[in-house]
Design a binder for this molecule. Sequence first.
Ligand SMILES: C[S@@+](CC[C@H](N)C(=O)[O-])C[C@H]1O[C@@H](n2cnc3c(N)ncnc32)[C@H](O)[C@@H]1O
Length: 338
Amino acid sequence: MAKCIKVEKKRAQGVKNGLLGLGLLERDYKPESSGEFVFFPVKGKVNGFELIERKLKKINKKPNSLVEALAGILKPGEIERVVTSFDLLGELAIVEVPEGLEGKGKEIGRAVMKVHKNVRTVAAKRGPMEGEFRVRKLEVIAGKKKTETTYKESGCTFLLDPAKVYFSPRLSFERERVAGLVRGGERVLVLFAGVGPFPIVIAKKKPGAVVAAIELNPVAFEYMVKNIGRNKLEKNITPVFGDVREVVPLLFENWADRVLMPLPRGAEEFLDVALVAAKKGAVVHVYTFTRAGEEEEKAGEMAGKIRGLGRKAKLLAYRTVRPFAPHVDQISVDIEVE
Ligand SMILES: C[S@@+](CC[C@H](N)C(=O)[O-])C[C@H]1O[C@@H](n2cnc3c(N)ncnc32)[C@H](O)[C@@H]1O
């Protein structure tokens, strides 16, 4: 029920202007026209009119932010603790429900769907990235119980299920950057390729490149094959299923002009494998973690490790790809090897 005043139609516009001027028009409800009268929802007493109660239609306003959507649903102290940034993968949102608010997941999930009308499923992160396949447990907290989604980036489309494979939209700029470095006709080998974002963005931007991509998680590999097809890049990319340690010496010895190592935890342990593939003058892109502020040192350390494996190494560049944890960043290091 809304508080309202009953106004003759011929006076309606004037009265509406007056209500707006006085800030008395209630904007959560729709005025209703009925016979010779208009019922205006109001915030309180209006001089010269009797205040009546009437069932009016509510206006479904889209909140502008998660905080706005949660107002009145969570307590102010709880809202303060809500993590307002989250990953959007097409119709799927992946959120973090902070400790102590575990019981409020449904409310947070519904609020995300109110702010982002295209979101059909909200899933909460349940634990860290785990295991060799780097997969995180997810739990659907609102919407459709389906975590497979279609995500678009750099004019490419990716089908993936982040409950079964690794994927991060936060690496999109890095993928563009590396694709920009690739020259026509280059042979690019992507180790740890996942569902194919690096090989696919590179091949799309540089159709002259010859790209190969290796992945060990069978589900991620299957998605990569589908994604290569969806993006019509079958002629540009060769997907290979298996462990880089076995596949590289068999198929890619001294093959690549560029080797990508987007693991990034433990990538250092695979530098010897990357060097098997890297031709003289090739560029190796190593991804790793470092304490914030120690990027240069870490980049130098990576070049040093390559020298320790018997190849000359020239550090070309390094950059912070994304903050990973408090005081810890993910960095990329570009190294030319002789
Ligand atoms: C951090 S994810 C990166 C995936 C992808 N490059 C991306 O950016 O979305 C690392 C990937 O390496 C794969 N992987 C781990 N060890 C591997 C190995 N020895 N050989 C091939 N792939 C491996 C995992 O299954 C996982 O998909």
